[in-house]
Write a protein that binds this ligand. Structure first.
Ligand code: SAM
Ligand code: SF4
Length: 336
């Protein structure tokens, strides 16, 4: 490892870089660990919610977000849990607009969309640039098996976002034996709606002991299933984690294959949980308690130094140690 850059970069505008030479540009902020769904691949059936008082308030989120933007983060994604369960969501989005003059270029949201319909126009007007909506099946029975909830409100939410002129992408986690039969129907539904879709390989981030390698539908297997019905061409890769494809000569499809083709070597992301714990990797066994230090009264220079140190020490990632991670935090609390 190269020498620790914490002190000589402190207070400058140099970008957040780790010891593997990867610069961080993207931050995911979990607004809450609460969720109205129970996706089997994401959380335990009976989750222990974080104590309410431990969740960062709006001012704390804004202060930490600003600290990251000042250090070169230019894209923030609001996530959860389900961000729509945050009562002051619109106020959070409005407050973050002030970060644009400090360097924020994009503010996005990942949502299950089941509660978004009445708020779609407000969120677009408040300044969300684009939405990723999770939709793992169009068949109501399969959707219910995976999420323990109904698909109809999600489809209503997607329609409301489209009506509000929002930029929308669909994300679908594929779990063998659960929704692999939905790969082609989902693709054809998304093509008919004119909405880009990305399939995601099932990652070992759910309840301890739940993930199984043989439940992962690999990118190659998904392509084979699609290839029976459609012509699929491979496109040139960009910095996006999804491998890009073109279906039937016109439709853009992405596949995020973290398990079969980890993209750790180019990872530019950081994650902040709803309590302000900084995770430099989705698979890190432990986080850095930034929120706790903030509540203890740490000033910005101290918090910035903590962030720089944590980022510098970010390890190589999933590619270097594939398989389940031993830790008490699952995807719904980490912020996907
Ligand atoms: N509730 C929102 C939603 O579902 O879009 C935001 C939070 S959710 C944790 C963010 C993303 O993580 C979703 O697209 C979800 O499908 C994905 N995800 C959750 N658990 C996963 C797993 N084990 N493997 C792959 N993706 C997962
Ligand atoms: Fe909730 Fe999203 Fe996790 Fe599903 S994937 S349980 S909607 S946080």
């Amino acid at each position: 490892m190269k020498s620790d850059p914490m002190w000589h970069t402190l207070g400058t505008m140099s970008p957040l870089t780790d010891s593997h030479g990867r610069t961080k540009r993207k931050l995911r902020i979990s607004l809450t660990d609460r969720c109205n769904f129970r996706c089997t691949y994401c959380m335990p059936e009976h989750p222990d919610w974080l104590p309410r008082a431990s969740l960062l308030d709006r001012g704390e989120i804004l202060r930490l977000a600003g600290l990251f933007v000042d250090q070169g983060i230019d894209q923030i994604r609001l996530t959860g849990g389900e961000p729509l369960l945050r009562r002051d969501l619109v106020e959070c989005v409005s407050a973050m607009q002030g970060l644009r003059e400090r360097g924020l270029r994009r503010l996005s949201m990942t949502t299950n969309a089941s509660r978004i319909a009445p708020l779609a126009r407000t969120l677009v007007a408040a300044g969300i640039d684009d939405f990723n909506v999770s939709l793992d099946a169009v068949d109501p029975v399969v959707f219910r098996q995976l999420t323990k909830r109904e698909v109809a409100p999600v489809l209503d939410g997607i329609r409301a976002l489209a009506d509000a002129g929002a930029s929308v992408k669909l994300n679908a986690v594929v779990v063998r034996g659960d929704n692999d039969g939905e790969i082609v129907p989902l693709l054809e539904w998304a093509m008919a709606q004119g909405l880009p879709l990305r399939f995601i390989e099932y990652m070992p981030l759910d309840a301890p002991g739940h993930w199984r390698r043989d439940a992962v539908m690999s990118e190659a297997e998904m392509l084979a299933a699609i290839g029976v019905h459609h012509r699929v061409e491979t496109l040139a890769r960009s910095s996006d984690p999804a491998s890009p494809y073109q279906v039937d000569g016109r439709y853009p499809l992405g596949i995020i294959s973290t398990v079969s083709h980890p993209f750790c070597a180019s990872c530019d992301r950081l994650r902040l949980t709803a309590t302000g714990e900084l995770f430099t990797c989705l698979f890190s066994p432990v986080g850095t308690p930034l929120g706790t230090r903030l509540r203890e009264g740490a000033d910005d220079a101290t918090l910035e130094a903590i962030v720089r140190r944590a980022v510098w020490l970010k390890d190589a990632g999933y590619a270097s140690r594939p398989g389940p991670v031993e830790r008490p935090i699952t995807m719904h609390a980490m912020g996907g």
